[in-house]
Design a protein around this ligand. Structure first.
Ligand SMILES: Cc1cc2nc3c(=O)[nH]c(=O)nc-3n(C[C@H](O)[C@H](O)[C@H](O)COP(=O)(O)OP(=O)(O)OC[C@H]3O[C@@H](n4cnc5c(N)ncnc54)[C@H](O)[C@@H]3O)c2cc1C
Length: 340
């Protein structure tokens, strides 16, 4: 375990923002994390420690004066099974897509719609990652998390995590309190195919798939994502910068009168979810660039760093977008990306 001082975090975040960490270390198991926290924690304040996974859902707007701990706990194992399910436990540092591929190769179904999401296993329950009609909460069994101050390892089941749309207790109530060390997923032995969302069916048809399989669905999702989303290796970004906002049905009906093309999806609670990308596009931001910070020219929901943007510049652009959407539609956009 080596603690580096004053290092650039540019290689460690997909936005490629060049801030510095006063101290940075990698840990591969709980004992190493415990040691690093004991030796390196400058104060008793847990906020002085930042846990980093793949850095694909973070916007750094300042240097980090405390300790950045990169979670590299590895390992994927089947811990139990019953007639219908297998329970797969993965270390928090396992690359998410690698886990998805591993499960597909073993015919364990449930993660295929979540193919190619960047980042690591440990962050998957943080914001209840989701795509193409599936969220982590649908396949989640339990997780283990290490309390930074109490130094205890606790188990959280699905109820404890209080999952919501890109939400969990770890993003709100217990923010910065825990290190998620492993996550166990409950996967299906007999797949339940979910192809109704987005363009999956069209893509499967284009691929000439005659017999549906989790592998084919995964490949369809990979194809769609690769054609739609900017690759962070080419252009800095953290995927969708904003959440799709939820509004009351009455407000939606009023908006529909003024903006007949507005896109909304009915929710089980009676509210309506709007497409944030559409709102942003209507305000004229798609393709907009301010220095090296910009709004992607194909995906208005994705803010980008063309090279040397600072986190503050990206944040300031996001602020302008929020204000203009509020002004035009009286709808408040919320950031999905964690700003630090
Ligand atoms: C091109 C692109 C496409 C994307 N598409 C999607 C998508 O379809 N759906 C979706 O949901 N997300 C998407 N994302 C966002 C991102 O990939 C996910 O949120 C992912 O789960 C983040 O994982 P990470 O390891 O990179 O987390 P990081 O960015 O490293 O961390 C995110 C937050 O979690 C905390 N954290 C990370 N690991 C731990 C841990 N082990 N214990 C405690 N706290 C931790 C960090 O402190 C931070 O607050 C996309 C991002 C990109 C760049």
């Amino acid at each position: 375990m080596q603690v580096s001082k004053n290092i650039s975090l540019k290689p460690y975040n997909t936005f490629s923002i060049d801030v510095r960490a006063a101290r940075f270390a990698v840990f591969e198991n709980i004992d190493e994390a415990r040691e690093l926290l004991k030796v390196q924690r400058p104060t008793t304040n847990a906020q002085a420690v930042l846990i980093l996974g793949g850095g694909s859902n973070i916007l750094f707007t300042q240097n980090i004066n405390g300790l950045v701990l990169k979670n590299e706990i590895s390992g994927i194992e089947k811990i139990k099974e019953d007639n219908d399910h297998v329970y797969i436990k993965a270390g928090a540092g396992v690359n998410w897509h690698r886990l998805v591929i591993h499960c597909i190769e073993n015919n364990w179904a449930g993660l295929e719609n979540l193919s190619l999401i960047p980042g690591n296993v440990g962050a998957s329950p943080m914001q209840n990652i989701g795509a193409y009609g599936i969220e982590i909460k649908d396949v989640f069994h339990e997780l283990e998390a290490f309390h930074i101050n109490d130094q205890q390892l606790l188990t959280f089941n699905v109820g404890d995590c209080e999952f919501g749309y890109r939400e969990s207790v770890f993003k709100r109530k217990y923010k910065n309190e825990f290190i998620i060390t492993s996550v166990t997923y409950r996967l299906n032995k007999i797949p339940v195919f979910n192809t109704s969302y987005g363009a999956i069916e069209q893509e499967l048809e284009k691929m000439g798939i005659k017999e549906l399989s989790i592998k084919a669905i995964s490949q369809a999702v990979i194809n769609i994502r690769s054609s739609k989303l900017p690759d962070p290796a080419q252009i800095g970004n953290a995927g969708s910068f904003f959440k799709n906002p939820e509004i009351e049905k009455s407000q939606y009906q009023q908006l529909k009168v003024t903006f007949p093309a507005i896109i909304g999806y009915d929710l089980p609670n009676g509210n309506v979810k709007l497409a944030a990308g559409w709102l942003i596009e209507q305000c004229g931001w798609k393709g907009y660039r301010e220095g090296d910070a910009g709004c992607h020219n194909r995906q208005a929901l994705v803010l980008v760093n063309y090279g040397n943007a600072t986190g503050e510049q990206v944040y300031s652009l996001s602020e302008k977008i929020i204000n203009s959407v509020k002004e035009k539609f009286n709808v408040i956009l919320e950031r999905e990306v964690n700003t630090i």
